[in-house]
Each structure stands twice: as structure tokens, then as C-alpha cells.
Design a protein around this ligand. Structure first.
Ligand code: ADP
Ligand code: AMP
Length: 229
């Protein structure tokens, strides 16, 4: 099923958690700009070197770096039939660049799912977040604990807390979200693409709402992808 989806929401809203499950169900890649940056950091690339200080502070990496990196990723063949963007776009300039890029190859976004949570909920979620160093799966000490502490259920990898998981960086990231990313809610509403989802429900209930939104935007899930649900 071809479907081009953007997940919008503040840090901690649950975008990564939801995107991972949805990507498996739809059979399209989960493209998370934060994960792409972290891969560059791990590999010690020039791009990673440029991004590091911004990420550690909780600031946005400049648009020209970010847009090029994501453009390269969604131009790969595995995205030809669709993708789930998580964490991108985060500025109006990024949203405009994405639109141009898709237009250039005769496609467009199908839907923007805005996962809405209050700031205090996002902060509580960020405070307990643990990430798998190997496969990137995300857990929470209270809300979504792994079966064995410190070990990824999915791949057995080691769980760690990201270097930007400090209270100071969390507050900064939420401030940056309000200033630079929140305007995208209106931007996509005006474009007729925005659908709002209550992100304060359980992970399963958010996923069910998200799937209903995707079905209505992209057509029903194929038998094959429905089996994977
Ligand atoms: P984002 O990608 O939007 O920053 P994540 O998917 O990383 O958010 O989720 C942030 C934290 O909140 C993680 O620790 C995750 O396990 C937890 N979480 C995600 N969705 C929910 C939910 N619906 N209820 C409770 N905790 C959640
Ligand atoms: P995330 O994993 O989405 O929480 O992103 C982690 C960090 O990567 C952010 O705090 C930013 O520093 C950087 N980043 C991720 N996506 C973007 C983006 N679209 N634009 C600018 N910076 C980004």
C-alpha cells in the first residue's frame, strides 16, 4: 500500500513508538530524522560532527543540513511506495522543502497525523525513556518497560539513555517545539492534511486511532499488511 505519512507532535508525544508499529503493519520505512542524525554521530561523519552540539543542547540542527539528509533518505528505492516521517519536518522551511521534493517526483503527502499531548505528559515520558543501542526500539521505565531491565525485548541489545535526555535539554526541546514546530499544525491544517489524535491514551489505543486515520487517507490496509497487525 502506498502511503506518505508525517507524524507530528512534541518530543515525547510517542511518534517513534507509533511509527515503528505502523511501519511494520504497512511495510513502509520508518524515517526518523533524529535516528538518521544519531547514525551519523555513531559513524563519526562530518554531518554528525556538525549536528552534535545542536542535538546535545536540544536545539534544531540547521535546515540546510537536515533537509539534505532527509531528502537523500526518502529518495532511496525503499521509500518509493511510501514512508512514515517522524521528527521531520520540524520547521515551516522544512515542510516547504518536503512539498517541493515530493512534487518534483509527482507525489505528495497523504496525511499528517498530529499526536497531541500536554507538556507535562511529554516531560514525564521523556524522563523515563530508554532506547536500544542496537535497533532503536524505545521503552519507558514505567509505561512500557522491557521484560528484562536494560535489555531490548526485540533484539536483546543494550538499552541506554540518550545524551540529550537531561531535564535541561528536555525543557529546551519543548520550548523549541513551541517556537519552531507548533506552527506546522496550522500549516498542515490549512493544507487539509492534518488529523488530530489523542496521544494521552495507551500505546495500543493511539495505534488503533492512527491506523484508522491511515486507512481513511490511504485506503484500506491490504490483506497482507492487515495480517501483520
Ligand atoms: P517521540 O518519538 O515523540 O519523542 P517516543 O515514541 O520516543 O516519543 O516516546 C517517548 C516515551 O514515552 C518513550 O519512553 C515511550 O516508551 C513512552 N510512550 C510512548 N507512547 C506512550 C503512551 N501512549 N503512553 C505512555 N508512554 C508512552
Ligand atoms: P528526535 O530523535 O526526533 O528527538 O531528535 C533528536 C535531535 O535531533 C533534535 O533535538 C534535534 O537536535 C535533531 N533533529 C531531529 N530532527 C530534526 C529536524 N527535522 N530538524 C532539525 N533538527 C532535528
Amino acid at each position: 500500500m502506498g502511503c506518505r505519512i508525517v507524524l507530528l507532535g512534541m518530543p515525547g508525544a510517542g511518534k517513534g513508538t507509533q511509527a515503528e508499529q505502523l511501519a511494520q503493519a504497512l511495510g513502509v520505512p520508518h524515517v526518523a530524522s533524529g535516528d538518521l542524525f544519531r547514525e551519523h554521530l555513531d559513524k563519526g561523519t562530518e554531518l554528525g560532527r556538525q549536528a552534535r552540539a545542536y542535538m546535545e543542547r536540544g536545539d534544531l540542527v540547521p535546515d540546510e543540513v537536515t533537509i539534505g539528509m532527509v531528502a537523500e533518505r526518502i529518495a532511496r528505492p525503499d521509500c518509493a511506495n511510501g514512508f512514515i516521517l517522524d521528527g521531520f519536518p520540524r520547521t515551516v522551511a522544512q515542510a516547504e522543502a518536503l512539498e517541493r521534493l515530493l512534487k518534483g517526483n509527482g507525489t505528495a503527502l497523504d496525511v499528517v497525523a498530529f499526536i497531541r499531548v500536554r507538556e507535562e505528559v511529554a516531560l514525564a515520558r521523556l524522563a523515563g525513556r530508554w532506547t536500544c543501542r542496537n535497533c532503536g526500539a524505545v521503552y519507558h521505565t514505567l509505561f512500557n518497560p522491557p521484560r528484562q531491565a536494560g535489555v531490548c525485548d526485540a533484539c536483546g541489545g543494550e538499552l541506554y539513555q540518550r545524551p540529550d535526555e537531561t531535564e535541561e535539554a528536555h525543557r529546551r526541546r519543548l520550548q523549541v517545539y513551541q517556537q519552531q514546530t507548533a506552527p506546522l499544525v496550522d500549516y498542515y491544517r490549512r493544507a487539509g492534511l492534518l488529523v488530530e489524535i489523542d496521544g494521552e491514551q495507551s500505546i495500543e489505543d493511539v495505534q488503533a486511532d492512527l491506523r484508522a486515520v491511515v486507512e481513511s487517507a490511504c485506503g484500506s490496509l491490504t490483506a497482507e499488511s492487515a495480517e501483520r497487525l
